[in-house]
Design a protein around this ligand. Sequence first.
Ligand code: MG
Ligand code: ZN
Length: 217
Amino acid sequence: MAEIPVLQNILEANEAMAAQVRSRLERAGVVALNFIGAPGAGKTSLLEQTLPRLHGRLSVAVIEADCATARDAGRIKALGIEVVQINTGTGCHVPAHLVLQALDRLPLERIQLLIIENVGNLVCPAELDIGESGKIAVISVAEGDDKPQKYPMLFRQCCAVVLNKVDLIPHTDFRRERFEGDLRTINADVPLFGVSCRTGEGVDAWVNWLIGQTTAR
Ligand code: MG
Ligand code: ZN
């Protein structure tokens, strides 16, 4: 008699859902990037700077995940971008099954890049596979320069790091050399983009890298 595989725990169940997400995205030719960062790092602000620059170059949709409200989805929608809001309630990350549900509400065949803005949290989103092509770490100067050492999992797992609010560096104790040095001990080759979503500094280089991801894969 054939054995019936039993899903032993939530992580295994999540893996199965992540595999479904991944195969649906691959079939539709969609690259999906999972944006992970603390509350207030500027994930949505980064999207507000990024999405207009992709206009006419890349077709994009966004999944916004927050515990509550559709505020961030509203900000993305205002840019004329297709967006689905997920509310996780008490959940501190977006699980793969909610991403799978969100895919039903998006025109995947018309999309090249799907951006998933995760719940503001540097811990469990870094560990959890949601079927994405890659994870993006979004960190800000205001959080301090010690984050790579304190949250190594995220910086090890990610395929790019965006350091936001670089315009604040002169007004804080943030030491960029220390940040970069610590990052390099954890992930020697990961691309690092210093940006300011207030001034637009550095955003073009980041956007060019992003466009490259949809053609490189
Ligand atoms: Mg946000
Ligand atoms: Zn969590």
